[in-house]
Design a protein around this ligand. Structure first.
Ligand SMILES: [Cu+2]
Length: 148
């Protein structure tokens, strides 16, 4: 799994560079992350995005659930933080390979979410104990987007 993730990242980087060269714009993808002030794994996830060439701004807030709900993310589907990336929300500890899929396919949805805080996911400690189900959310409805 780790090998697969690295390979996917190695493939996606040159593609990003080609797109950047084609548009003449060379900049990192920006991510704005809303998190509860005391959340440590959210900071780890922010660092994970930075390590993958995202330009990350972290906004601590006590209104995370309300902000998530405003975007159609019901409580049961919320991750522990909410990132806004290129017109979508990305909630929870979603691997960058799945964000890459979102940004390259650009489906007509509001965002994607990995509910809860699954062990072994990016920014979380521990070992993965079960497949991660990442859901697409559109107008408050959920469909399976990716299983990792
Ligand atoms: Cu977390």
């Amino acid at each position: 799994m780790r090998l697969y993730t690295r390979t996917a990242a190695a493939i996606s980087l040159p593609l990003t560079m080609i797109v950047s060269l084609a548009t003449g714009a060379v900049h990192a993808t920006e991510a704005l992350i809303y998190k509860n002030p005391q959340c440590g794994c959210c900071e780890n996830y922010a660092d994970y995005l930075r390590a993958n060439d995202y330009e990350v701004t972290v906004k601590p807030t006590h209104e995370l659930s309300a902000i998530s709900r405003d975007r159609g993310l019901s409580d049961e589907y919320q991750g522990c933080h909410l990132a806004l990336i290129d017109g979508y929300f990305v909630s929870g500890h979603v691997p960058v390979t799945v964000i890459d899929k979102l940004l390259s396919e650009r489906p007509d949805i509001d965002g994607i979410t990995l509910p809860g805080m699954p062990l072994g996911s990016p920014g979380m400690g521990g070992n993965k104990s079960e497949p991660w189900k990442i859901f697409a959310i559109d107008d408050g409805n959920s469909t399976l987007f990716s299983t990792q």
